[in-house]
Design a protein around this ligand. Structure first.
Ligand SMILES: NC(=O)C1=CN([C@@H]2O[C@H](COP(=O)(O)OP(=O)(O)OC[C@H]3O[C@@H](n4cnc5c(N)ncnc54)[C@H](OP(=O)(O)O)[C@@H]3O)[C@@H](O)[C@H]2O)C=CC1
Ligand SMILES: CCCCCC(=O)O
Length: 468
């Protein structure tokens, strides 16, 4: 896609080495966005009329292109937002797999025949695409999240305009180039880079944009939901989390510690599904805490491109400052700092030590507010009932784990925990692409992404009644 040459540009920098410019990205004007939306609108009818299996073949070719570019895109991702190269490669491979999954959707049923009370009639359901879909995405999964929105949107006959986070736009541009290399028809797959408060906002407001799918902060998500509702556009919001893990006296503590470290600190804690609250039964609290702190001590921090690095920098200067403020607030609220709590002064980039608190007041910010950084809060409890009550004491309900070998505890947890993702003896992060993904309470607008669930958002159902 050739974007207008006169666009201003903004630069994207490497959070591990902030003086290093990763790339320059078009900061589009509203007029330029207007041209992109008009092009997506014009392309829609032709794309929607293609047989679904043929649309699937385009997605397979996009998967082939992404596979070919995997190494380069993963390196760009690490440079642009800091996650380790191993995680970036894994995420890009996940993008390939998501494309192939939704390529297959072109060959699967989309409706049902429903018995009518009228013996002369045929009643059935079918589905139709929405039209032009706007996808607005954050910087923490610069490949997986855009693709798990774009792939189903395309598979079900929509055209797409991606507005990626500014801090992940160089990576996003390379992902979209894979669709163009796959020879998608002009206007079917588009990218609009620029400021969310300008280009993102204009996309949400545009009358030609039939639906908005968003992942990011609650503050922005609520704005988008209000705007979309006001003009009758469909919207899908996946937002924050404050995900708990419960460790009972019946847990395998080594498994629980490894999963808490991985779920809470991989990607430097910048996942909506990351663990942030660790609720431990008093009988095993001290033993768990000792093991956890030893594991935290062993974490290596550095540039994500270095093989020796386990945890990279925060993705942006803003996020770095936000996390330091949250840590400072936690100290002032009287929580006890057990590990970390500081920037890594020996490194130039946006690095913060993995941080663990205990004696956290559950009504205070460390327990209630999404920090989106490498910060864990420990809580000591005396029963499974108390643990689940504490875990549910949150405005969020995205992901929750329990570590136990007690079947009754597992059943009680899976029944009573108010979260969209319930995991037993597994970390709170790491969702599989074929399963529904999404949250409850303030974590979501309550649709689901990924797997077959995605068809619900990216299509409209028609109930057809045919009288003989
Ligand atoms: N639930 C989740 O998966 C995620 C949650 N978060 C939360 O959000 C916080 C900030 O991260 P960030 O990625 O900046 O999330 P934001 O919600 O700030 O941004 C997400 C996307 O929305 C765009 N945007 C910003 N303002 C508007 C607007 N008014 N209208 C339309 N689009 C807009 C952004 O563009 P631009 O980049 O130009 O601002 C970006 O593409 C994190 O600290 C974390 O708390 C972040 C990432 C993922
Ligand atoms: C928006 C965050 C997505 C998290 C996907 C994962 O936990 O792997």
């Amino acid at each position: 896609m050739t974007q207008m040459k006169t666009a201003a540009t903004f630069k994207s920098v490497n959070p591990a080495r902030p003086t290093e410019v990763v790339g320059h990205v078009e900061d589009l004007s509203i007029e330029m966005l207007e041209k992109i939306v008009n092009r997506a609108q014009r392309a829609h009818s032709g794309w929607a009329m293609l047989p679904a299996p043929e649309r699937g073949m385009y997605l397979h070719r996009a998967a082939d292109e992404l596979q070919l570019q995997l190494e380069d895109i993963a390196i760009t991702m690490t440079k642009e937002m800091g996650k380790t190269l191993a995680e970036a490669k894994g995420e890009t491979a996940r993008g390939v797999a998501i494309l192939r999954y939704f390529a297959g959707e072109g060959m699967r049923e989309i409706g049902q025949v429903i018995p009518s009370a009228d013996s002369d009639a045929l009643m059935y359901t079918t589905r139709c695409p929405l039209g032009v879909v706007g996808a607005i995405t954050p910087w923490n999964f610069p490949v997986a999240i855009p693709i798990w929105k774009i792939a189903p949107a395309l598979a079900y006959g929509n055209t797409v305009i991606l507005k990626p986070a500014e801090e992940a736009s160089v990576t996003a541009r390379k992902v979209i180039a894979c669709f163009h290399s796959a020879q998608f028809p002009e206007g079917v797959v588009n990218i609009a880079t620029g400021q969310g408060t300008a280009i993102g906002k204009a996309l949400v407001e545009h009358p030609y944009v039939s639906a908005i799918t968003f992942t990011g902060s609650n503050a922005v998500g609520k704005q988008i939901g209000r705007t979309a509702l006001e003009r009758g556009a469909k919207y899908q919001l996946e937002m924050g989390g404050k995900n708990p893990v419960i460790v009972t006296k019946d847990a395998d503590l080594d498994v629980a510690v490894e999963a808490t470290i991985s779920g809470g600190l991989k990607s430097t804690g910048q996942k909506c599904t990351a663990t942030s609250r660790v609720i431990v039964e008093e009988d095993v609290y001290d033993a768990f805490k000792e093991k956890l702190l030893r594991a935290v001590e062993a974490i290596t921090i550095g540039d994500g491109l270095e093989a020796s690095t386990w945890m990279g920098p925060l993705a942006t200067k803003a996020q770095f400052e936000k996390v330091l403020e949250a840590i400072d607030k936690g100290k002032k609220e009287g929580a006890t700092l057990l590990a970390g709590g500081n920037r890594v002064s020996s490194l130039d980039g946006y690095f913060i030590e993995p941080t663990v608190f205990e004696n956290v007041d559950h009504s205070k910010s460390l327990a209630q507010e999404e920090i989106f950084g490498p910060v864990l809060a420990l809580f000591r409890i005396s029963s499974i009932q108390e643990a689940i009550a504490l875990a549910n004491n949150s405005e969020y309900g995205l992901s929750a784990s329990i570590f136990t070998t007690n079947i009754q505890e597992m059943l009680t947890f899976t029944t009573e925990m108010q979260a969209g993702l319930i995991r037993v003896n597994a970390e709170s992060a790491g969702v599989e692409l074929q399963a529904p993904f999404g949250g409850m309470k303030s974590s979501s607008s309550h649709s689901r992404e990924q797997g077959r669930a995605a068809i619900e958002f990216f299509t409209s159902v028609k109930t057809v009644f045919v009288k003989g």
